[in-house]
Ligand binder design. Structure first.
Ligand code: ATP
Ligand code: MG
Length: 139
């Protein structure tokens, strides 16, 4: 059953380049309600666990290094059909393929440094959100 919640991170490149405000604005303009929000940083173990599904891929080391090099913004978002609609709002993994009007089209530089994460299922949204936020931080 859809929970109507998803989890996102503004990745280190988005934070470094001063795009926290711009990205949060696109998220709220896109009809998502922010129910949890924080600036935090992933440890190497956090990033390895978060992207464990990609551990055999050639870019895994680079991905972990990138995701841990600076602060990220973690957030839980609420909207009807949240997981799927948020994947539409962020656009394709490779910004070269991202549609006009998407967050990655506007803010991502490359397939590796692509500004934002969006959960790929309701199950993962719940796991990822609970990793970063306690129940009392989810409004
Ligand atoms: P995310 O899970 O971060 O929302 P995604 O679901 O669009 O991204 P995935 O296939 O899950 O894409 O890949 C996870 C992340 O790994 C990508 O966002 C990107 O940062 C990195 N990545 C994926 N493919 C490549 C690649 N070919 N080269 C370098 N980095 C890559
Ligand atoms: Mg993914």
């Amino acid at each position: 059953m859809a929970t109507n919640r998803t989890f996102t991170m503004i990745k280190p490149d988005g934070v470094e380049n001063g795009h926290i405000g711009g990205i949060l604005n696109m998220i709220t303009e896109g009809g998502f309600k922010i129910v949890s929000l924080k600036l935090t940083q992933l440890t190497v173990a956090d990033a390895q666990q978060f992207y464990a599904i990609h551990s055999a891929r050639p870019f895994f080391g680079e991905l972990v290094e990138f995701m841990t090099r600076g602060p990220i913004v973690a957030a839980i978002l609420e909207k009807e059909n949240a997981v799927e609609d948020f994947r539409t709002l962020i656009g394709a993994t490779n910004p070269a393929d991202a549609a006009e009007g998407t967050i990655r089209k506007k803010y991502a530089k490359s397939i590796g440094e692509n500004a934002v994460h969006g959960s790929d299922s309701d199950e993962n949204a719940a796991i990822e959100g609970a990793f970063h936020f306690s129940g009392r931080e989810q409004f």
